[in-house]
Design a protein around this ligand. Structure first.
Ligand code: C5P
Length: 209
């Protein structure tokens, strides 16, 4: 049944990234975090001082995105995530990035791809689709622990506001809004450890093989 394509979607801080990495390791598949491609565009726009709704420059920046050179660390800032959700509403930017993401998905060995529109738009034919959720409060708590474990400091209320604002932008946009594909398996991780979520996801993939 391999090569296998696994599409994972969900809101910010739902745990989809961790899950995607663990599944990719376990099933020996390549992994692409498509959020990094939107972050890379946003990072370039911020660096150049271009307005985030400048579609022409954003499309150019999207064209420059190199999937093999995405620097997770450089793109992790909170301002970059927020800016990413603003450039992500530009349809031409999405078209350019989606082409690159589909090329990655088509590689011989199979892949795990995570984002917001993978099961619905990027890889509608994926063998397995997961839609990972958790309550906004749980997600904010995880994000806070994450920041604190790296020696940082943040306010829970601000993180929660932030997560809600980004959810709204991602679910409310006209082009490729965040929503589960009709054939996606829903995984609510609010009450689950990372290990439990991984075991549940692994069982769903095993079932599909
Ligand atoms: O997943 P991550 O938090 O890195 O994504 C940053 C932003 O990029 C999201 O809030 C969303 O607006 C956008 N994005 C998207 N489609 C994807 C992945 C990310 O619109 N497939």
């Amino acid at each position: 049944p391999l090569p296998l394509l696994i599409a994972i979607d969900g809101p910010a801080a739902s745990g989809k990234g961790t899950l995607a990495r663990r599944l990719a390791d376990y099933f020996h598949l390549a992994h692409l975090d498509t959020g990094l491609t939107y972050r890379a565009v946003a990072h370039e726009m911020l660096r150049r001082g271009w307005p985030l709704d400048d579609a022409e420059h954003a499309v150019d920046a999207a064209g420059q995105v190199d999937l093999t050179a995405l620097d997770k660390h450089a793109l992790s800032a909170h301002a970059v995530a927020d800016a990413a959700s603003k450039v992500a509403v530009i349809p031409e930017v999405r078209r350019v990035l989606v082409d690159k993401q589909r090329a990655f998905a088509a590689q011989e060995g199979g892949a795990v791809i995570d984002g917001r529109d993978i099961g619905t738009v990027v890889c509608p034919d994926a063998e397995v689709k997961l839609f990972v959720t958790a309550s906004a409060e749980v997600r904010a708590g995880r994000r806070l622990r994450d920041i604190e474990s790296r020696g940082g400091h943040a306010e829970l209320d601000e993180i929660l506001d932030d997560i809600r604002r980004r959810d709204e932008r991602d679910m409310g946009r006209a082009d490729s809004p965040l929503r589960p594909a009709t054939d996606a398996h829903l995984l609510d991780t609010s009450e689950m450890s990372i290990e439990a979520a991984f075991q549940a996801a692994r069982a769903i993939v095993d079932d599909a093989l």
